[in-house]
Ligand binder design. Structure first.
Ligand SMILES: NC(=O)c1ccc[n+]([C@@H]2O[C@H](COP(=O)([O-])OP(=O)(O)OC[C@H]3O[C@@H](n4cnc5c(N)ncnc54)[C@H](OP(=O)(O)O)[C@@H]3O)[C@@H](O)[C@H]2O)c1
Length: 350
């Protein structure tokens, strides 16, 4: 058995019922067990979740849209009998209809999605329930109002937002305490630190989230695998791998981004860790309110990623990483469709 350090805990949010949500310092992203990054392997996925719990990685991240319900069922099966060890996060508002992604933040959809997620997960309460994307047609006040009712009913413990703009964060927090903002944040995606995302002049999504006491849950902290150094050619991807069409993994952008990975790898060698651990240690060093959720469906990768918790970066290390990976360093956008990030919604009817 690989020896790993204690993972420890961090707290997301401060204003919710009973304070914030205490979660493991590192979470486990479960999306790739059902979609996006190559063939699914049910047995290894369930073994990975069990190994995560054994190692103290107890904050599990899923969504109703991952594998169109498959991922929630898988997570539910894996945690059956161990529910009390887990901080369970799931999301609603995105679904696939006729091959297209549809966002629906209407209150009746919030209620229906929550019931369906509880059923698929096989639990009677969700610890952290996120709106996966802000609905550009439904005022966020209406959506969060319906989410807040789920808290009152005891079906959900804490609320979260994903890829919301600064203005959306502020408006949502005025309706009900929001424990966490999940957003892409990594050495090659630092937009959260610089983008205003619909807020007033000069503010950033990160700044507004912190001002309102939200914990930050960086998704894709390994740059969808790129920052681990394990991906060396677009040919590494299976035919149905979503990254084949991703702007950062194609053509000249791929080659340019490999140079960033080379620099991360060289520094990791000096620090005495792997490139992926260095990428995770950088995110963990951004504050005690930050809880990254690296995704994997393999025990081997999970164990490596847990090792990042023990990597202590000095101020000099962080300064060097700031030079290696300044905001905007990656070639290519993080989504082919820019409207997929930092969502806004219309003002409520008066
Ligand atoms: N809110 C949102 O809109 C949103 C969007 C994307 C993701 N998420 C959540 O965030 C989680 C993490 O993001 P992500 O999965 O997109 O990206 P990620 O964590 O940056 O990278 C995942 C990829 O890295 C690979 N990997 C993981 N550890 C590795 C290691 N030690 N060595 C080599 N390769 C390694 C995985 O391979 P294997 O798959 O082969 O294990 C997978 O292909 C997701 O699982 C999901 O729960 C949320």
């Amino acid at each position: 058995m690989t020896s790993t350090p204690p993972v420890g805990t961090r707290t997301l949010g401060r204003d919710g019922p009973g304070g914030g949500l205490v979660v493991s310092t590192l979470g486990l992203g479960c999306m790739g067990m059902s979609q996006s990054y190559g063939a699914a392997d049910r047995d290894e996925s369930i073994a990975t979740i069990h190994r995560a719990l054994d190692l103290g990685v107890t904050f599990l991240d899923t969504s109703d849209v991952y594998g169109d319900g498959h991922n929630e069922e898988l997570v539910g099966e894996a945690i059956a009998g161990r529910r009390d060890e887990v901080q369970l996060a799931t999301k609603f508002s995105i679904s696939r209809r006729d091959g297209a992604m549809v966002i629906d933040g209407r209150p009746e959809n919030v209620r229906a999605c929550a019931e369906a997620s509880l059923r698929r997960l096989g639990v009677d309460v969700i610890d952290l329930y996120y709106q996966h994307r802000v609905d550009p047609r439904v005022p966020i006040e209406d959506t969060v109002g319906a989410m807040a009712e789920l808290v009152t009913q005891g079906k959900v413990r804490h609320l979260g937002l994903s890829e919301a703009s600064a203005a959306s964060v502020r408006r949502a927090a005025a309706v009900h305490p929001i424990a966490a903002l999940q957003s892409e944040w990594s050495l090659w995606t630092r937009d959260l630190e610089t983008a205003g995302g619909g807020g007033a002049g000069g503010e950033t999504v990160l700044g507004v989230a912190r001002e309102h006491g939200l914990g930050i849950v960086p998704f894709s902290p390994l740059g969808r695998g790129f920052l681990t150094g394990a991906i060396t050619s677009p040919d590494d991807f299976a035919e149905d791998d979503w990254r084949r069409g991703h702007p950062r993994f194609t053509g000249e952008a791929f080659a340019a981004n490999l140079r960033l990975v080379d620099a991360v790898r060289a520094m990791a060698r000096e620090v005495g860790c792997t490139p992926g651990q260095l990428a995770l240690a950088w995110v963990l060093a951004q504050g005690d309110d930050v809880v990254p959720i690296p995704g994997t469906k393999r025990r081997r990768y999970l164990e490596e990623n847990v090792g990042a918790v023990a990597v202590q970066l000095t101020d000099a290390d962080l300064a060097r990483l700031a030079e290696i990976a300044p905001p905007g360093v990656a070639e290519g956008t993080r989504y082919a469709d820019a409207s997929y990030a930092y969502g806004d919604s219309p003002e409520p009817a008066r």
